[in-house]
Design a protein around this ligand. Sequence first.
Ligand code: E4P
Length: 223
Amino acid sequence: MKFFIDTANLDQIREAQDLGVLNGVTTNPSLMAKEGITGEENVRAHYKAICEIVDGDVSAEVIATDLEGIIREGESLAALHPKIVVKVPMIREGVKALKYFSGKGIRTNCTLVFSAGQALLAAKAGASYVSPFIGRLDDISTDGLQLIEDIRLIYDNYGFETEILAASVRHPVHILECAKIGADVMTGPLSAILALLNHPLTDKGLAQFLADHAKANKLQETA
Ligand code: E4P
């Protein structure tokens, strides 16, 4: 399963890249706003900066909601860097745009997907990635992971090549469950990725190993 980080924060992207397990980045307009990135030129420069750091795909979301606008914006974003994947919302005009981009060889990520029907439409329109938001479904007492399972089944039934990008991942258990189900990609915060590292027995075991090593070496020195 590929690991994407879901942020527009350059320090966090660098930290995840340095760990050596990062395969890409997803952003959205809220994440860009959170970093204070405003104005077309600054937004474009920020996407380029992300592309320079990460070794993998970088999702850049369109703001337009009409077909002509989505196409104009998507083509312009795609021209920024070969790593850019155009993120398109799951709306009627978005589906048409996915089809258009797929015909032009422009890679896409269909975002704001909350049902298997929407995922089926995205795949039929030729999306490169589909982003079901599991955390936001969990937030409204719906099983987000069940949606990933349903989409996996449907895509496997018909051999769709669209990659399932489990989004709105909030914690390490989401990541593990997505891996068990067979999501192609997960995108989440740095905290969820780093949380995979932790186990109290690892900390306890390492402390013991180091203490035993120090004791043995001290004994040898005084012998
Ligand atoms: C996906 O690409 C979105 O950017 C993201 O995963 C949304 O996550 P959130 O629900 O934690 O905002």
